[in-house]
Design a binder for this molecule. Sequence first.
Ligand code: ADP
Ligand code: MG
Ligand code: MG
Length: 883
Amino acid sequence: SRWVYSFGGGGADGDASMKNLLGGKGANLAEMSSLGLPVPPGFTITTEACVHYYSNDKTYPEGLKEQVIAGLAKVETITGKVFGDAANPLLVSVRSGARASMPGMMDTVLNLGLNDQTVEGLAKLAGDRRFAFDSYRRFIQMYSAVVLDLDHHMFEDILDEQKERLDVTVDTALSAEDWEKVVGAYKAAVERELGHPFPQDPQAQLWGAISAVFASWMNDRAKFYRRMHDIPESWGTAVNVQSMVFGNMGDSSATGVAFTRNPSTGEARLYGEFLINAQGEDVVAGIRTPQALTRAAREEMGEKSPSMEEALPDVFKEFKSVVEKLEQHYRDMQDIEFTVEKGRLYMLQTRNGKRTAKAALKVAVDLANEGLITKEEAVMRIEPGSLDQLLHPTIDPASPRDVITSGLPASPGAATGKVVFDADEAEKMAAAGESVILVREETSPEDIHGMHAAKAILTARGGMTSHAAVVARGMGRPCVSGASELYIDDAAQTFRARNRTFKAGDIITIDGSKGEVLSGAVQMIEPELTGDFAALMVWADAIRRLKVRANAETATDAAAARQFGAEGIGLVRSEHMFFDAVRIAAVREMILADDRAGREQALAKMLVMQREDFVQLFSIMEGLPVTFRLLDPPLHEFLPHTAEDVEAVSKATGLDAAKLLARAKELHEVNPMLGHRGCRLGVAYPEIYEMQVRAILEAAIEVVASGKAAPIPEIMHPLVSKGLEMKFLRELTDRVAKQVMAEKGVTIDYRVGTMVELPRAAIRADDLAEHAEFFSFGTNDLTQTTFGISRDDSGRFLGAYIDKGIFERDPFVTLDQEGVGDLIRIAVERGRKTRPDIKLGICGEHGGDPASIDFCEKVGLDYVSCSPFRVPIARLAAAQAAI
Ligand code: ADP
Ligand code: MG
Ligand code: MG
C-alpha cells in the first residue's frame, strides 16, 4: 500500500481534504503546491504508517523504505541537489504534523543531511562558510535533543562559554571560525555523552529523525495536549520530509510567522513577526526581538527596527499577495509560516488560525460581509459556548493578578466587591449601593436573596452542579465554587487561604471563568452586545426554528432576558419570590396556621405580593408568553432549621418558637426530593394553588386594564405523574380563573399545562395531555428521577463514573439523549397523539446547553428556556441545530 505522498514543483499527490491521512501540515503543503505557491518540495509519510508503527512493535510497514527513497529522488530531481552528496548536498527538514494542529507539542528537525563533508559542500555552494557552520551547529543541537535524547542545556552552555570568551552577546556576531569551533565542541560533547560520534551518515540521520517524530506522538506533552483537546491517540502523526530553504543566509534572508487577521481582536489586517538572517524557531524562541511585518504595525508599536515591508519591500509585496490568495482559497483566517532565502519567498505552512472568542466573531461576520462565506457558514463557525466569554465582563488579560486561591469555574464572568459572609447583610449593603461578594461555606435556598444582591459568589464547598453553581449561572453571577483551601470563620467574619487572611469589607475579585479569587480590584473589559455580536444574532434568528425563552423570576432577570433576545419566559419559579427576608414571614405564617382559615389569612398577604411581582413580569414581557410554575419545593425549606435560627425568626416575627420547631419537625422528610412537594402541595392544600392562580389572573387583568399588551399566562403544575392528578389541577385552575374573570369582567387568554419531570409522566403523556395544553420538560428532575441520582449528591461519585468511562459527561449538564431522551421522545409522541397542537418546551438547565438544544430541535420541541445569560448561546445553538 501507499505510505508516501509527494509535493512540490507545482503539483502534489495529496490535497487539503486529506488531513486524516497526511496530517494538517502535509495536506496543506500539498494544497499550496498545487495552487502554484512557492513551497519547497518534499513528501509526507502518512498517519497510517505511524499507526502501523505503533500497532506492530514499532516497526516500519513493508514498502515504506522504498517509497521514502523514491520520494527523496523526486525532491532531488526538482531541486537539482543530491541527499548526502559532498559537493551538492540536499538538506531536509523532518517535521511532525497530526490531523488536528498540536502547536509545539511534537518534534521537528531542521538542516538534516549535514555532516563533516556536506557542510563543506554547503559552504562552497552558498559561498558562505559562516552560514554553513551556523546551520551545522543548529542541526547537531536539534538532532541531539530530539533524536539522541541529549539535554539541550549542554549545547547552550557551550555556546554561552564561546560567546563569553569572545566577549559578544548576540549570535550574529560570531564568525565562520567561531561557529566551526562551536561545532567541534558540540561533536566532542555528543561523543563524550554517548560513547560514539555524532551520526555522520545522512540515511541514518533521516531514519533516526523519522522514528523520533513518530516517538514524539507519545511524549508526555503530546499526550497531555490530546487529553485536553479530546484528540484520540489512535490517529497518529504524519511525517513531512521537506527540502530546506535558508532564512539564515544573510541580510536578504529571513523567517517569520503571520496571521492574515489579528487573532486576538479579529481586525482584518496582516499581523505577525519576522527576523532577518534567522532560521526556524528563532522567531518564537525570544533570543532576538522579532520585527513587525507592516510599516503601520511598526509605527503603532513605536519600534525602530524596520518592518518586513520596509526591509524587504519586493518580497513583502509578493508575500502579501500570497497570503491574500491563501485566505481567499481557504475562506478563513490563516496562520502562516514562511522563510525568505536570498530574496526568494517560500511558504512552509498554513492552517486555519486559532483565535479568541471575540476574534472568531469578528472574523466570521467580516468574512460573510466580504462575501467569502455565507451567513449560514458564519453562524456555524462560532462555538455557541464561547459567547459566554463575550456576554460577561471579563478581567483584562493585561491586568496583574494577585491570586488568593482557586476553585471551580462554576459560573463565568468576573466581578469585584466587598467580602460579606451573610445573605441578609449582602442584601442590606447592596441596597445601600455597595458591590458585594458573598462568601459562604456553601449556599442553600435561604441565601437566594443574598446571592441575587451580590455581584459574585464564592463557596468553599460544592461542585459544578452545587446549589451555588446552578443558581449563580441562572442569575448570571460569576461564581467560584469548591475553593477547598478557603477556611471561613463566621464568628470572626474572616476567611483564610494560603496563609493570608481577609475580613468582611475587604475588596476581592472573583474570576468565575478561570475559577480564581483575586485580591483587590482588577481592570475589567465590558461585554459588547452590539456590532458583530448583534449582526450574527440577527442571522441566527433568521435561521432557527426553535423559539428561545428565559427562566426568570425577578424584574432584573426578565429585563436582562429581553435584552438578550428572549421570546418569553419559560419558567417563573414562583416560590423564589418568597425567599426574601420580609416575604418569607408570610409563608411561615401560612405554614404554621392551624386551619384553613388561618392559612387563608396568610395566603391573602402572599396574594398581594405575588400579584405585584407578576404585574411587573407581564409588563416587562409585553405580551410575550410567561410560564408560571406553581409552588414546587417542600414547605420545610421555608422554615428555620437550627435552634438558633428558630429563635431569631421567632424574635423577628413574633411567631411562637416552640411551635416553629414542632412544625419543622413535623414537616421533616427522609427524602424531600421525592416527598411532599410539587403539585402534591396543591392537591393537599388547594388553597395555596388557588391563591397563585388568582394572583396570575388578577395581575394579567391589571396589566390589560393599564392599556399594555395583553399577557399570555401559562400556568404550569410541577411534578405531575397521573392523568387524574392533572385533571384535578386543571379543574382547580379553570375554576379560579373563571371566577376571577367573572369578578373583573375581563377575559384572559391563559393556558394550563404541566412539567414533565417524572418517568411516569413521560410514559403516560397521552393521559396528561387530555388536560394539559402544554408540556415543559423539567430535565433536571427528569434526569434525577430517571437515573435515581440526586443532583446534590452526584458530585461524590460522578467523577468515578466519568473516569471509568461509564458516563461520558455529567448528565445534569448535557442531556442523556439515550435514556432521558427516550422518555422525552415518548412523551412528545404520546402527548401529540392526544393533543396534536400541544405546545412543547424544555426548562431544565439543559435548555442552555448546545448539544441538548440540538436534541430538542431533532425531537421537534417548540422552544427551549434557559437562564437569561445563556439566551444568546441558545439562539446560536438553535440556529446551528436547524442548519
Ligand atoms: P511546528 O509544528 O512546531 O510549528 P514545524 O514543522 O512547522 O514545527 O517547524 C517549525 C519551523 O521550522 C517552521 O516554522 C520553519 O520556520 C522551520 N522549518 C521547517 N521546515 C523547514 C524547511 N523545509 N525549510 C526551512 N525552514 C523550515
Ligand atoms: Mg509550524
Ligand atoms: Mg422540578
